[in-house]
Design a protein around this ligand. Sequence first.
Ligand SMILES: *[C@@H]1O[C@H](CO)[C@@H](O)[C@H](O)[C@H]1NC(C)=O
Ligand SMILES: *[C@@H]1O[C@H](CO)[C@@H](O)[C@H](O)[C@H]1NC(C)=O
Length: 192
Amino acid sequence: MWPLRLWHTQDVPLLLSITLYMCHLAGAISIQSPQRSLTRSVQDDVVFSVDVSCRGIPTIHWTFMSAAVSRSIGTWQPGVYTNITVDYRDRVKPYNNGSMGLSDLRLQDAGYYVVTVTETEGSSKDAGFVLKVNEVLYEDLQYLSVSALVLACLAGLLMLAMWLLDKAYRRIVAWRRRKQMPENDETELQPL
Ligand SMILES: *[C@@H]1O[C@H](CO)[C@@H](O)[C@H](O)[C@H]1NC(C)=O
Ligand SMILES: *[C@@H]1O[C@H](CO)[C@@H](O)[C@H](O)[C@H]1NC(C)=O
């Protein structure tokens, strides 16, 4: 019997532990996320990207937390139901892998976002994200006003240059006329 001879007694504990480890992995809830800290600007969209896996259908629950408040955003079970809080209903997009999209960001959206994954059996696991929201509108306005100021200065300089050129031109013309006039006078006067 070839196969039996390959199974040395000292290999059994190793094989057992590998099997146990794999069972453990299969049972554990896993939450994979490429990025836990995100920075966006006001009015931008953000996706808290996770890939959730567990035994059975996971229940995904997202909560928002900041220094001032802690509020529930929504709960869903992929393909079963989706329950998003009224405040977030038109801004939140739930994904089957547990990810959550939040659109039209406001300054008040900055804070911690926690996803809690619950298995059918009742065990759960969570992962947190940090979102920073930058106020760009003010910076944009500042940039715009500085640009407007620079443009106005340029326009002013251009107008001044044109005015000076115009004046210089008039003076040259007048000077030429004055220079030509005596000759004309002479030629006109000579025949007399
Ligand atoms: C989850 O699903 C969304 C939409 O299908 C995808 O954009 C995102 O990358 C996924 N996240 C991960 C971590 O796989
Ligand atoms: C949706 O969630 C709210 C609280 O987050 C709860 O009061 C309500 O009963 C839920 N609705 C459904 C249909 O599960």
